[in-house]
Design a protein around this ligand. Sequence first.
Ligand code: ASP
Length: 324
Amino acid sequence: MKKLWAALAAATLFALSSGAGAADYPERTITFVVPFSAGGPTDTVTRLVAEAMSKDLGQQVLVENVGGAGGTLGAARVANAEPDGYTLLLHHIGMATSATLYRKLPYDTLNAFEYVGLVTDVPMTIVARKDLEPTDLKGLIEYAKANKDTVTVANAGIGAASHLCGMMFMSAIETSLVTVPYKGTGPAMTDLLGGQVDIMCDQTTNTTKQIQAGTIKAYAVTSAKRLDVLPDVPTAEEAGLPGFQVGIWHGVYAPKGTPAEITERLSKSLQLALKDQNVVDRFAELGTAPSTEAEATPDGLKSKLESEIARWKPVIEAAGVYAD
Ligand code: ASP
């Protein structure tokens, strides 16, 4: 009997505390975990969105970079965090690809998170250090085939967008190149600028400014059409890689068990942030656009993640690339 009362009291206390928490949310600083290094594309998108959400939520929204293992370390950190709305994850397509690429993932992708909403879908660019010889994509393909043991391709680890795009490139040209993993493509860009690595396939949110400044070379964009901010860069399709299209979608997740009132509140705040003029303008300058209001919802993100896991599973299985 004593046990029963104790259990009932604990349950009531939990209900009261979680109820009160949801009603008053947020009462303190919120942390967005970015599963890649600072200064990279996911970090750039997150900081812009966090700043706009902070205005609406009336609390500080901090960004914590937990890079490594293609984004899976940061995702694991959030999967294991308190489900109270104060620790969130902003991850990209890697959330879907890592579900197949990793034999042992430290979380169950479809069961470890609640969904807040989609943020943006960013095109990729195939870029190189400024002084790499080839002047166009066809030339790059010939050069890569002729120097496959020495040409280096930067990526942010297995499961990262840059890894996926690099794999697509190598498979399209039927040549394996030397890959160099980083904890994010922020530091990879530093090495590309310094000439320590040759090629990278990365989001426009990390490459547009450098391409415009001429500090790196751009061979192609992976969108269906050329981008307004990079009018001279051909699409991969135009430049000689038919069907080479990929968009890197980003979403916001919360740990499983986060109350629905909180994820709904966050979702509303995300929708407002995506209409914030600074976000709209900066996204446009970086070659991307905010997700629509219908996409920036828990259901919008859930269905995207499910369909993307299903889309990439056979592709990855056919390529036979896995990580432990
Ligand atoms: N662009 C990186 C990737 O390859 C991630 C990052 O550093 O934001 O997934």
